[in-house]
Design a binder for this molecule. Structure first.
Ligand SMILES: [Zn+2]
Length: 241
């Protein structure tokens, strides 16, 4: 069953890459189209991958003790690897579980705040960035499950987030009835970044079956595949900004 999904994910990625090649081929024959594609290439985007939490902030914790930060980093590393395989320029806000906190931040709360401020600064310094922030959900009861994409208020975020959410549902979880939604203004990082930005809640750590999936390297690759395929698909249809 999982192999079918993986093949579907790989198929989706290959289709998107094929579409990109076709668009460039068409552009070569059509001067107007060629100019548009060239202009877009000049504004080459960089995918900024934010593995949520890390350092002293483990995020949510699963019943078996697995911290959210660990799963976020594993999925983000796979996303980065696939993105680079597709020729997409990437930046990661963290590549390990270590965070460099400023000496002035003395308490855990101050360090968490400083980390978020550093990430916002890093993300906003990337020219033509597009942010995917990777997180996991958690709930007091075990039944909720399923991924959900939350999008920032910046241009392109809603359209990209909606596409990504639909692809996650279609490819990995057709029973999922959640929809992409605007993110709460309480989330400092998502409120302060200036680029198109989405936060992917990949699944619920509080659901035993979903936790097993989220800890499965094969499933993590599938999640990353859908993210990069959706990124490429949205890129080929043209960004608004
Ligand atoms: Zn989180």
């Amino acid at each position: 069953m999982q192999n079918i999904f993986l093949r579907r994910g790989v198929g989706l990625l290959l289709c998107v890459c094929g579409l990109a090649v076709m668009l460039f081929a068409v552009a070569a024959d059509d001067p107007t189209r060629g100019q548009a594609v060239a202009a877009r290439a000049e504004r080459r985007r960089t995918l900024v991958i934010d593995a949520g939490h890390g350092g002293e902030d483990g995020g949510a914790v699963a019943a078996d003790g697995t911290p959210e930060a660990e799963i976020n980093l594993a999925i983000s590393q796979r996303l980065c690897m696939l993105a680079e395989l597709c020729g997409v320029q990437t930046v990661m806000t963290r590549e390990t579980d270590e965070i460099d906190y400023p000496a002035s931040a003395e308490t855990t709360a101050q360090r968490k705040k400083a980390d978020q401020m550093q990430r916002v600064e890093q993300i906003n310094a990337v020219p033509n960035g597009v942010l995917i922030s990777v997180h996991q959900n958690c709930y007091p009861t075990a039944s909720p499950r399923g991924s959900q994409v939350l999008y920032a208020a910046t241009a392109d975020s809603e359209a990209f987030g909606t596409l990504l959410h639909e692809q996650l549902v279609q490819t990995l979880d057709p029973e999922n009835r959640r929809v992409a939604a605007p993110i709460s203004r309480d989330i400092y990082l998502m409120r302060n970044v200036q680029c198109p930005a989405v936060l992917v809640e990949c699944g619920f750590l509080s659901n035993e079956q979903e936790l097993a999936l989220l800890r499965d390297p094969g499933y993590e690759v599938k999640l990353a595949l859908v993210m990069i395929a959706s990124y490429l698909q949205y890129w080929t249809t043209g960004w608004v900004t």
